[in-house]
Design a protein around this ligand. Structure first.
Ligand code: ADP
Ligand code: MG
Length: 203
């Protein structure tokens, strides 16, 4: 079966606003996870960042998918205090830049743009999948998005769950060494929320 659907600026705005709602709903859980292996601010960090994203997208909705993502990425970089702000900001900005000026994009085009952005996040943070970071959810999700939105959601969720037995090699959790084992990574968990929101708006 061929899938020739394309997605415009409104879809991307709906995605990020749905992601903001999910982050808001799950903020306490994200902070709880970060209190086990970090500094207990991941929920608050992302809640603040995504509230700023929602505000800017509702006030002045950009006209193309790329512009929506670049504007959202910029908000995250400037409003999220923690390590996750520049990383998520880079993810969205790089995806947006790769989409260029296109009025509408297909799912495979989005998957390609996201894969490049995930590589940029890996480079910025010096991390790889397996290091117990957001990349453990982002990398498999971007790849699975080549198949479907639902596959991407499932891959992100599985990737987040798979961080539990890992030992953290990057970020604050790495300071704990072996004691990071047995806890789910907060950033991988929030990444799964982003892909769940994407699958939700895609229907
Ligand atoms: P901080 O660690 O500064 O308090 P947050 O609590 O907002 O920032 O985010 C923590 C999350 O960021 C971690 O759970 C992890 O997924 C992600 N993270 C931290 N450092 C890196 C890195 N170098 N590369 C990729 N992801 C990282
Ligand atoms: Mg933290």
């Amino acid at each position: 079966m061929t899938d020739d659907r394309t997605y415009g600026a409104e879809f991307f705005r709906d995605w990020l606003i749905a992601a903001a709602a999910a982050v808001d709903r799950e903020a306490d859980r994200l902070t709880e996870l970060d209190s086990a292996i970090g500094d207990a601010d991941h929920g608050a960090n992302l809640k603040r960042g995504f509230a700023a994203v929602t505000a800017v997208l509702e006030k002045e909705p950009p006209a193309t998918p790329g512009a929506v993502l670049v504007a959202a990425g910029r908000q995250l970089i400037s409003t999220v205090g923690g390590a996750s702000g520049p990383l998520y900001g880079t993810l969205l900005r790089r995806t947006g830049k790769a989409l260029g000026e296109a009025e509408r994009v297909s799912r495979p085009e989005l998957a390609g743009a996201l894969a490049g952005a995930v590589a940029a996040v890996a480079q910025l943070g010096g991390a790889q999948p397996g290091d117990k970071t957001m990349l453990d959810a982002l990398a498999p999700a971007a790849e699975a998005l080549g198949t479907s939105f639902a596959a991407a959601r499932e891959a992100a969720e599985a990737g987040a769950l798979a961080t539990v037995p890992l030992r953290a090699r990057k970020g604050r959790a790495s300071y704990l060494g072996e004691r990071s084992v047995g806890h789910q990574d907060p950033g991988a968990t929030s990444s799964a929320l982003l892909f769940a929101a994407l699958a939700e708006v895609a229907g």
